[in-house]
Design a protein around this ligand. Structure first.
Ligand code: PMP
Ligand code: GLN
Length: 387
């Protein structure tokens, strides 16, 4: 038979699926793929169950149920002071994954360039390429992951249509500073481009750090597509409910992409997420507070094992440099080794790089797990590396 799609034929299965399968095979503690091992808030789960029983199980409105679009607009106001018209500026999608694709589709024509920041989430480059657009990748360097201003400015040119970036940032736990965001905003405005802001970890920030949506900066309101995820905000990653906030001119294009991708998202889950977004400030504070405690627990444990632990200000993840352990092999070999031999799974950070020589001595560990599970993982690594 003739070859099917050449590009898809050339890429592998996502690292998250690969490492989770390996963890299952070896009965290893899975600190790889980022998902909590506790249930989301009981009232939100109950709202989803209740919503199944009142006869609203047919196609919901294409842009999302009004309750959830209203709740997204209200959350934008509550957390960031953004004044959003829920009827014209919010789109509900099947996860942030669809939101990213729909937002890219909303602005890109074939041949356009998109600025991306490496390390990057693993759907960005494939989707940009499948749309016939061209990724222009700027790399952040560990251990500080500072934004290289001159290289970013150089990546913008006459063909640049958009920048897509993630803050708080997976896998490195970086939260972009006000100064860095100001620099990005200036480039976006100067080059008359759009910004797609993957902010799925917006509520998972630590140590008093503040997440600032690019959308709140001067001139960015109508150029930005701001993406959130109920999976992360309510620890319900399987639900796949995402939302895009964008200006009234861009939103119809995001919705045309959405109507051609999935058209709608399960109505009971949408209504339950609306309940979640209305929760009081204490919920959001305790979500971050609990995670911060577990970040500290895992960071301390991994340091005691002998890994060099990089600071993380947000997300579910800690990046570690495992070279002090003297392991003979790259990050893929290391993650496989600890899965098979120590019974703990992590993600090789080189999976977040697309082009050129990626760093090969970093592993990402997820700390969105119960305290006892993290303690057991640390114990296992101690026994393996320290005997
Ligand atoms: N962006 C980033 C940076 C992520 O880590 C994830 C993780 N799941 C997503 C997008 C996708 O979110 P969702 O599960 O809502 O599709
Ligand atoms: N975002 C999650 C991570 O980085 C994984 C999502 C997925 O498996 N597609 O671990």
């Amino acid at each position: 038979m003739r070859a099917a799609n050449t590009y898809l034929g050339s890429i592998g299965t996502t690292i998250f699926t690969v490492m989770s399968a390996l963890a299952t095979e070896h009965k290893s503690i899975n600190l790889g793929q980022g998902f909590p091992d506790t249930e989301g808030p009981a009232d939100v789960v109950l709202a989803a169950a209740d919503a199944l029983n009142d006869s609203r199980n047919q196609y919901p409105p294409m842009p999302g149920v009004p309750e959830l679009r209203q709740a997204v607009a209200a959350a934008n106001r509550r957390f960031y002071g953004l004044d959003i018209d829920w009827a014209k500026e919010v789109t509900v999608t099947s996860g942030a994954t669809e939101a990213i694709t729909a937002s890219l589709m909303a602005v890109l024509d074939p041949g356009d360039e998109v600025v991306l920041i490496e390390p990057l989430y693993d759907t960005y480059v494939p989707v940009v390429r499948m749309l016939g657009a061209i990724p222009r990748i700027v790399r952040l360097a560990p251990p500080r992951w500072d934004l290289p201003h001159a290289e970013l400015a150089d990546a913008f040119g006459p063909k640049t249509k958009a920048i897509l970036f993630n803050s708080p940032m997976n896998p490195c736990g970086k939260v972009f500073t006000a100064e860095e965001l100001g620099f990005i905003a200036d480039l976006v405005a100067r080059h008359d481009t759009y910004a797609i802001c993957d902010e799925v970890y917006e509520h998972l920030v630590f140590d008093g750090a503040r997440h600032i949506p690019l959308m709140t900066l001067p001139g960015m309101r109508d150029r930005t597509m701001r993406i959130g995820s109920a999976g992360k905000t309510f620890s319900l990653t399987g639900w796949k409910v995402g939302y895009v906030t964008a200006g009234a001119a861009l939103t119809p294009l995001v919705q045309k992409a959405h109507q051609n991708l999935t058209f709608t998202t399960a109505p009971n889950l949408q209504r339950a997420v609306a309940v979640g977004l209305a929760k009081d400030d204490a919920y959001f504070a305790s979500l971050a507070g609990n995670l911060q405690a577990r970040r500290d627990q895992l960071a301390e444990g991994l340091a005691a094992v002998g890994l060099s632990v990089l600071p993380t200000q947000g997300t579910y993840f800690i990046t570690t440099d495992f070279s002090p352990l003297g392991f003979n092999g790259d990050d893929v070999a290391f993650c496989r080794h600890i899965t098979e031999q120590a019974g703990v799974t992590a993600i090789p950070v080189s999976a977040f790089y697309d082009e050129g020589e990626a760093p090969r001595h970093y592993a990402r560990f997820a700390f969105c797990k119960r305290e006892a599970v993290l303690a057991e993982a640390i114990d296992r690594l101690q026994r393996h590396f320290r005997g």
